[in-house]
Design a protein around this ligand. Structure first.
Ligand SMILES: [Zn+2]
Length: 313
């Protein structure tokens, strides 16, 4: 068990799939990759952009017919990736490189499997290493490799099922969150079913959750204040939109709740009544769950006067 005043730490993982419609130009580009061809776009000034632009940087017009480029190219700039991260093109150390494909005037960002940093250089000639089973994605180019490397067997796998016009990018963020001393005290308090805030020694405002400093005076706040479980809804919205992993079924209310004795409202759920009954000034009380305050519910008291919470709107 850690020291009772040590800041709390916890690993956090955020993951979601980012789905993007490709539009007419990039759809052609990706469909060509599934056929192991690379396309660029010729601009009004005659320059060939690869990957193709969606709108001409000079005229803002969409490109006409796309033109084949590469497949070989020249490294114009690069950076070594000594410890690849999960989900990157290669599991072994590799280079991120800007590659100007033959016939193009601009560079494409991709990975180069050069074996070692000493084998990488500006001017290096590279060729694509195609994925075994293309899927209409930039990853149909598994990576680039030096042209003087021994050629592997040409892949002949059939394309995977291609989703026309769409690309799905998994996004993953793993990090360690360290709570501030004020936040740590707040979280430890919740575990004991106490709601702890801090009061500014200059202006006397009470902040919950505590911020560690007063945003009005710029001074540290250290005086701990225990707040009651009762408060007032200052503003609210009714959530009607569902999303993966949602714990409460819409429609439900997310509200700004001003605890009695606090000078700043915090956001929480208001459950236990029809969403249409929630209103500004409604008196609510905390309902405790396993991880602290689960939500607020109507307290069944007369509404608070507007003057009592107007300063917090
Ligand atoms: Zn202050």
């Amino acid at each position: 068990m850690s020291h009772p005043t040590a800041p709390l730490r916890a690993p956090l993982d955020i993951e979601f799939d980012y789905t993007r419609s490709l539009g007419p130009v990039l759809s052609q580009f990706m469909a060509a990759l599934a056929e192991r061809r690379i396309l660029g776009a010729r601009g009004a000034d005659g320059r060939v952009h690869a990957p193709p632009f969606e709108y001409d940087p000079v005229t803002a017009e969409p490109p006409g017919n796309l033109v084949p480029v590469g497949p070989e190219g020249t490294v114009v700039s690069w950076s070594w990736m000594p410890e690849p991260l999960a989900g990157q093109p290669l599991a072994e150390p590799f280079a991120w490189a800007l590659i100007r494909l033959d016939g193009a005037d601009t560079a494409l960002l991709h990975a180069v499997d050069a074996g070692s940093a000493t084998a990488m250089r500006t001017g290096l000639r590279v060729r694509p290493r195609w994925a075994e089973r293309p899927a209409g994605s930039i990853r149909d180019i598994a990576c680039f490799e030096p042209c003087d490397a021994p050629a592997g067997a040409a892949p002949d796998g059939e394309p995977r099922e291609v989703t026309p016009g769409m690309t799905i990018t998994p996004v993953r963020l793993h990090y360690m969150h360290t709570a501030s001393p004020g936040e740590t005290a707040y979280l430890r308090g919740l575990a004991e079913r106490r709601i702890l805030g801090q009061r500014c020694g200059v202006c006397g405002q009470v902040y919950v959750p505590p911020r560690g400093t007063c945003p009005a005076d710029g001074v540290p706040t250290s005086e701990e204040v225990e707040l009651p479980e009762s408060g007032t809804v200052t503003t609210f919205c009714i959530v009607n939109v569902g999303y993966p992993g949602q714990r409460v079924t819409p429609p439900y209310v997310a509200a700004a709740v001003l605890l009695d004795g606090a000078d700043i409202a915090f956001q929480h759920l208001v459950l236990g009544c029809d969403p249409g009954e929630v209103r500004m000034g409604m008196r609510v009380r905390a309902v405790w769950g396993e991880d602290g305050v689960s939500h607020f519910e109507p307290a069944g008291e007369p509404d608070a006067l507007y003057e009592t919470y107007a300063r917090c709107l």
